[in-house]
Design a protein around this ligand. Structure first.
Ligand SMILES: [Zn+2]
Length: 111
């Protein structure tokens, strides 16, 4: 007995692929694909691939429902990450020196 969900892509059942064809001659349909829940997309590896058969179906869903998705966690202001910009002299593979700029994240939480 397999455990599965139907792909949530809004147009999954409209893609013209052989593996979506169901039914007998005269009453054939294109059916939404099953997404089998296995060790690659369930438990610790739970992801978008637990609900969608493909990146395309995920994109179709995200584009159709983007307003609802953004409403879950709207961003009303920019986020910032404290950094230090460190310039230091370095040597390349040929032995020539140059100035290297490194961006280092600053941990203000003492951790
Ligand atoms: Zn799909």
């Amino acid at each position: 007995m397999s455990n599965f969900v139907w792909c949530h892509g809004p147009g999954c059942h409209k893609s013209h692929t052989q593996d979506r064809i169901r039914g007998v001659k005269g009453s054939k349909v294109l059916r939404t694909k099953k997404v089998v829940q296995d060790q690659y997309n369930s438990g610790e590896r739970f992801s978008m691939y637990s609900y969608f058969c493909s990146q395309g179906c995920y994109n179709d869903f995200a584009n159709k429902h983007v307003r609802e998705v953004i409403a879950i966690a709207p961003r009303t202001e920019a986020l910032e990450t404290p950094i230090d910009v460190v310039k230091e002299q370095a040597t390349n593979w040929a032995g020539n020196t140059y100035m290297r700029t490194e961006i280092k994240t600053v941990d203000n939480n003492g951790g």
